[in-house]
Design a protein around this ligand. Structure first.
Ligand code: SAH
Length: 222
């Protein structure tokens, strides 16, 4: 499923993701159409593959961004609060911001300050991105995402863009009830996407989805 959705333009890439069933909803399609991936990926921006962005990080493949948005979609409404952990290039943070609208808030957190700065610079390349930063609809901060970000909690949705070594309790704690967490978790040599739902009554249900390959959620480099 990985490479066959590449296109010659942002529109073509997204049309191919939709044609191949990787984008299912019009809301995700529209949110991705509004963000030019070339503002975030230094090369091959319209290929359906991850690309290096420096600091041993990558911008994830478009089909993974699409899958994360589709999974979190029921918990992304106008006005929702979202935490994007391992925000890296800032691409998904911007897409998520489109899904929660001007009354919503998306906080991108990354533990590498130059990547926090890069995400801000990338977003400032478009008028819409500049508006989102200036209004506070999007905020990028530096910190250890394994602890979530308590100051902004509780969240309707939390996305994790790097593979966790365990199920971090703090992330579930920072979810609203109802709220949803999308997180790759490493189990030995393999990683799987988990969708963790905190239900209205506060009970928690974990669903294991498909196998993936993400960079690890680690200690900050010294
Ligand atoms: N969603 C991003 C993915 C970037 S790759 C994108 O598509 O652009 C994963 C990111 O997780 C890297 O930027 C890395 O710096 C960050 N990361 C790794 N461990 C982290 C931690 N403990 N806290 C916060 N960010 C972390």
């Amino acid at each position: 499923m990985a490479w066959r959705s590449s296109g010659a333009s942002n529109e073509a890439l997204i049309a191919n993701l939709a044609k191949n069933g990787l984008i299912e909803s019009d809301r995700v399609k529209e949110a991705m159409l509004k963000v030019d991936r070339a503002h975030y990926a230094p090369s091959s921006a319209y290929e359906d593959s991850p690309q290096p962005i420096g600091h041993r990080a990558t911008i994830s493949a478009p089909h993974m961004h699409a899958s994360a948005c589709e999974s979190l979609l029921p918990n992304l409404s106008p006005g929702s609060r979202v935490l994007d952990i391992g925000s890296g290039s800032g691409y998904l943070t911007a897409v998520l911001a489109n899904l929660v609208g001007p009354s919503g808030t998306v906080i991108g957190i990354d533990h590498i300050q130059p990547l926090v700065d890069m995400a801000t610079t990338n977003m400032r390349k478009s008028e819409e991105g500049r508006r989102m930063l200036e209004s506070g609809q999007v905020k990028f901060i530096a910190g250890d995402g394994r602890k979530g970000w308590k100051e902004g909690a509780p969240y309707d949705a939390i996305h994790v863009g790097a593979a966790a070594a365990e199920h971090h309790q703090e992330l579930t704690e920072q979810l609203k009830a109802p709220g949803r967490l999308f997180v790759p978790v490493a189990e030995g040599w393999v990683q799987h996407i988990y969708v963790v739902d905190k239900k209205e009554d506060g009970s928690v249900e974990k669903k294991k989805l498909y196998g993936v390959q993400y960079v690890p959620l680690t200690d900050a480099p010294t």
